[in-house]
Design a protein around this ligand. Structure first.
Ligand code: HEC
Ligand code: HEC
Ligand code: HEC
Length: 248
């Protein structure tokens, strides 16, 4: 009798308040045997509710950069730190190198645009379970090898794609390479000239370290057009090597 009643009440929002008092009343007055079996649905539902509330909490926290550093692994904290650097001010990259102007790290300019880790790192369950496994097994290496945008897409369980597909898409930068050429036309050496067909976005735009004006590898005239905080091709290589060595 009371089983059916309780079941029905749990499915009906409005009477939950009164039912709660009734429930505690019935549970204490009943004989041991039926008590056990009747309590079960309530306990199960209670547990599910607690898990649901916890899951929602974790999900919300998951969207916050602090989650990645706190939950995943220590090595992630250097990446979180880059996110907390301020545009126009000196900072430190994910490998511990000085950055003259933190806005040269994409993670900072994107934070200023209101984005967070998950805007670029689209998480998939398989990737996260893999990382947890690696962390537990102690095989998560640091510093993490730098990957390009292409690999980043694969890492997060998507089809491999170019920087064009990752960055120049709806919801992000809704324009073409040709538009980009115009946007930076005021620079004496325009980085978005696309003279060489193999140029990709992540050759230059770096997320967790100073961006690199890659053209300086061959065009000395490109040095004069480096924005604040950016580094030359040669400096970029040194920074990366020093970073890897420091972490070993
Ligand atoms: C603007 C896009 C963007 C944002 C925002 C961003 N990242 Fe990244 N992140 C990248 C790109 C691109 C790479 C690949 C280059 C590299 O390995 O450094 C990367 C690489 C990484 C890596 C190492 C490679 C890997 O996938 O294992 C970690 C760890 C990481 N990011 C953590 C974070 C955390 C934590 C945040 C938030 C605090 C964050 N990122 C925010 C774009 C972003
Ligand atoms: C040769 C280096 C280089 C490459 C490759 C490159 N960029 Fe840039 N990009 C720059 C520089 C330099 C700036 C100017 C940054 C500044 O002023 O802070 C810039 C600026 C931008 C801007 C801001 C434009 C504005 O002023 O509104 C966007 C968006 C951008 N790049 C996207 C891309 C995308 C997407 C790709 C790949 C298709 C790409 N870039 C490839 C060097 C490069
Ligand atoms: C590995 C060396 C190398 C790199 C890196 C390089 N270039 Fe070039 N670039 C050349 C050579 C060699 C030429 C002349 C032959 C040709 O036209 O391809 C050239 C020619 C050009 C030209 C034709 C006009 C001129 O100055 O001769 C443009 C424009 C250009 N590059 C832009 C760029 C941009 C933008 C970048 C960075 C994204 C870049 N290059 C990176 C080697 C390079």
């Amino acid at each position: 009798m009371s089983d059916e009643k309780r079941g029905a009440d749990l499915n009906e929002g409005p009477s939950v308040g009164t039912e709660a008092t009734e429930t505690s009343g019935t549970t204490t007055t009943q004989t041991p045997d039926p008590k056990k079996s009747r309590r079960k649905p309530a306990i199960v539902i209670g547990i599910i509710a607690v898990i649901a509330v916890a899951a929602v909490g974790v999900f919300i926290w998951h969207n916050d950069p602090s989650f990645c550093g706190a939950v995943c692994h220590d090595s992630m904290s250097t990446y979180v730190n880059t996110y907390n650097e301020k545009s126009g001010q000196a900072g430190t990259d994910a490998y511990g190198n000085a950055v003259a102007d933190s806005s040269a790290m994409l993670v900072v300019s994107h934070k200023d645009a209101g984005l967070n880790c998950l805007s670029c790192h689209v998480p998939t369950l398989s990737q996260q379970l893999g990382e947890v496994q690696e962390t537990l097994a102690g095989s998560y290496y640091y510093p993490l090898e730098e990957v390009g945008v292409e690999q980043l897409m694969v890492n997060s369980g998507h089809e491999a794609g170019t920087g064009d597909q990752f960055c120049l898409r709806s919801g992000c930068h809704e324009f073409t390479r040709a538009d980009l050429t115009e946007k930076t036309a005021d620079l004496e050496f325009n980085p978005h000239q696309w003279h060489h067909s193999d140029t990709t976005c992540s050759d230059c735009h770096k997320s967790h370290r100073a961006s690199v004006f890659s053209c300086t590898q061959c065009h000395s005239s490109a040095y004069g057009s480096m924005p604040d905080g950016w580094v030359s091709y040669a400096e970029g290589r040194q920074i990366l090597e020093a970073g890897y060595n420091a972490g070993k």
